[in-house]
Design a protein. Sequence first.
Length: 156
Amino acid sequence: MNSLGVIETRGLTAAIQAADAACKAANVEIIGYRKVGSGLVSVCFQGEISAVRTAVDHGIDVVSQKELVIGSLVIARPEPSVITKLLTIKSKKKASAVAEKTQETALETVIETIVEAPKAVADLQAQNIASETKNVTDKAQSSKKEIKPESRKGKK
């Protein structure tokens, strides 16, 4: 069964640094983070109990040098509802929802482009034909230059 680990720090950058060190030290998964308020940020991990303990210890070591650790805890077998509630905070579910929304927006853009493309092509073709017609007309008019008869000087 998975265990739960939490590191609470002062500031987001300290939380990121602690999370990075924790994940590099052991095989744990970040399940989310929460901005508690007043600059406090909690990062939550899950994994095997020994991995979570190692991860939390390493995460604390990195930010404790700067005196930014507020607290930490490791729960060996948390109640499943605790993990479920933690997943509702800024976590993978929210990130996947954002990713899905981004994909939907991109898909809508592609569909609009596909639907509008034939009209744009027709407009461009019409503009091109009009431009070519104007060029031909201009050339025809320039080739029909009026030839003025030579004036005869001195002859009456």
